[in-house]
Ligand binder design. Structure first.
Ligand code: PGA
Length: 258
């Protein structure tokens, strides 16, 4: 973590949880955070629970986020959620391009970029996920895959709210597998992403942008590996799946980002 960059820990509940769980978990997490916490904590429950979670927010550093948003502003798109609607019910963040959306819902990098643009245009902060599969890593294609995913969102760096973008590197082989990237593996990729951002920002004549954007790591982050991951210079926080459903684990991860 850098002393100057924002720190963010987001809990992606995926399709888990219930009213009973959120009513216990959200207050417990907020109580477990220091009142002057530096890290921004984001709860991303299933969309039907967004208003329940928003109503429980009491800590100044806690916010609610959606797991997805439509690229469209409104219209005949059955089942979709517009960024304007998410903003209206209290969301401040939206995860876009999670590998499960890319894999099970066929989301392309171009669609992910369009979703992130809709999120930014409606005053919310996109958490844009990128990551390679095990086969891609083992065939030395990690950077080829990541640079294709990044190229699709390069245009967003010109947006007037570009400094609100959050990137999350989530190696697909580490998600839900208990097989975390080592801190060195995470830093190697995060450093490459930072260098890519520096080149882009330089070309846009906005060199400070690359320094400002938080890069989160995701994939089997737990209480016992979070501190070592976040000790890396370009790991500015975490996107947490399974461990975000247990108050003690999640609090410990958030505290590692202080
Ligand atoms: P995990 O999920 O922490 O359960 O591996 C991370 C994610 O998918 O964001």
């Amino acid at each position: 973590m850098s002393p100057s960059r924002p720190r963010i820990v987001a809990g992606n509940w995926k399709m888990h949880g219930s009213r009973e769980l959120l009513r216990a978990l959200v207050p417990a997490v907020q109580q477990g955070l220091p009142s002057t916490a530096r890290c921004q904590v984001v709860f991303c429950p299933p969309a039907v629970y967004l208003t329940d979670v928003a109503a429980l927010l009491s800590h100044p550093r806690c916010a609610v986020g959606s797991q997805d948003a439509s690229a469209q502003q409104s219209g005949a798109y059955t089942g979709e959620l517009a960024a304007t609607m998410l903003a209206e019910v209290g969301c401040r963040f939206v995860i876009v391009g999670h590998s499960e959306r890319r894999r099970y819902h066929g989301e392309t990098s171009a669609l992910v970029a369009a979703k992130a643009a809709a999120v930014l245009a409606n005053g919310l902060r996109p958490i844009i996920c990128i990551g390679e599969t095990l086969a891609e890593r083992e065939s030395d294609r990690t950077w080829a895959v990541l640079s294709e995913q990044l190229a699709a969102i390069a245009g967003l760096l010109q947006h007037q709210r570009a400094s609100e973008i959050v990137l999350a590197y989530e190696p697909v082989w580490a998600i839900g597998t208990g097989r975390t990237a080592t801190p060195e593996q995470a830093q190697a990729v995060h450093g490459q992403i930072r260098r890519w951002l520096e080149q882009q920002a330089q070309q846009l004549g906005n060199p400070t942008l690359a320094e400002q954007l938080p890069l989160l790591y995701g994939g089997s982050v737990k209480a016992d590996n979070a501190a070592a991951l976040m000790a890396q210079p370009d790991v500015d926080g975490a996107l947490v799946g399974g461990a975000s459903l247990q108050a003690d684990e999640f609090i410990a991860i958030c505290r590692s980002a202080e």
